[in-house]
Design a protein around this ligand. Structure first.
Ligand SMILES: [Zn+2]
Length: 203
C-alpha cells in the first residue's frame, strides 16, 4: 500500500503517469508497505499468462530477492525510476523515503534497486544530477553498497516520524526495527531471460 498522502499525476507525455507527494513526507517515512492485496507471482505463474498480459505485468512489477514478481494493487506500481531516487526498497517488505520529499515532488526509486533482469536495460531521460543515462542490470551490483548505506542511515529515524503505514508491519519487523537490525545488501536476482525475451517480442 502506498503512503496515503500521494496521488497519481501525469509527469509528461513521454514518461506518462507518476506518483507525487501531496504533503511533506519526512525522511524515514515508510512510503510503501506490502499488504494482503499485493500479488506475489512465481516465474511459472507469469509464464502461464497470455503473452500480452505477461508483458504488462513485467512492466508494472518489481522482483523480490527470491525472484518473485510483486504486483502492487494500488498506485505504487506507477512509481517511476530515477538515478537519484528519494525512496529505496528495504528487505523488510517496505520502502522508505531516504530524504525529505516535498509536497508536489515525484516519488521515485532506482529500478536497478528493484531487481532488473540480466538482459534488461533502458534509457533514463531525466538528466538529473547523477543521471546514468543508461540503466543496466550491473548497476545493481555496483550501487548496492551505496543503497545499503543510505537505508542503514535512514532506518534509525523510522521510529521518529509519523508512520501511516505502520499498521501493515508484522510484529517481527517491528521488533527488528526496534532492535536496530543490520541491513543486508540486495542479492542479485535470478536470471530470467526466456520470459523477458518472450514478453518483449510482442509488438
Ligand atoms: Zn537517470
Amino acid at each position: 500500500m502506498i503512503h496515503p498522502r500521494t496521488e497519481l499525476r501525469e509527469v509528461d507525455p513521454v514518461i506518462g503517469s507518476g506518483v507525487f507527494a501531496t504533503a511533506l513526507i519526512p525522511r524515514g517515512t515508510i512510503v510503501w508497505a506490502t499488504d494482503p492485496l499485493d500479488r506475489y507471482l512465481t516465474v511459472a505463474d507469469v509464464k502461464a499468462l497470455p503473452p500480452r498480459v505477461a508483458l504488462d505485468l513485467v512492466r508494472h512489477t518489481w522482483m523480490t530477492r527470491e525472484g518473485r514478481f510483486v504486483l502492487a494493487w494500488d498506485n505504487s506500481r506507477f512509481v517511476n525510476h530515477s538515478c537519484s531516487p528519494n525512496c529505496l526498497a528495504t528487505e523488510f517488505g517496505f520502502e522508505i523515503a531516504v530524504r525529505e520529499i516535498l509536497p508536489g515532488e515525484e516519488m521515485t526509486n532506482d529500478y536497478a534497486n528493484l531487481g532488473l533482469q540480466r538482459d534488461e536495460h533502458f534509457h533514463c531521460a531525466r538528466g538529473e544530477h547523477g543521471c546514468r543515462g543508461e540503466v543496466h542490470y550491473p548497476d545493481g551490483a555496483r550501487l548496492r553498497h551505496a543503497w545499503a548505506a543510505q537505508i542503514a542511515g535512514t532506518l534509525p529515524v523510522v521510529s521518529q516520524v509519523q508512520q501511516p503505514l505502520d499498521f501493515l508491519l508484522s510484529s517481527d519487523v517491528r521488533e527488528k526495527l526496534r532492535m536496530g537490525v543490520k541491513v543486508r545488501e540486495r542479492k542479485r536476482v535470478p536470471r530470467f531471460e526466456p520470459l523477458r525475451q518472450a514478453a518483449l517480442a510482442i509488438d
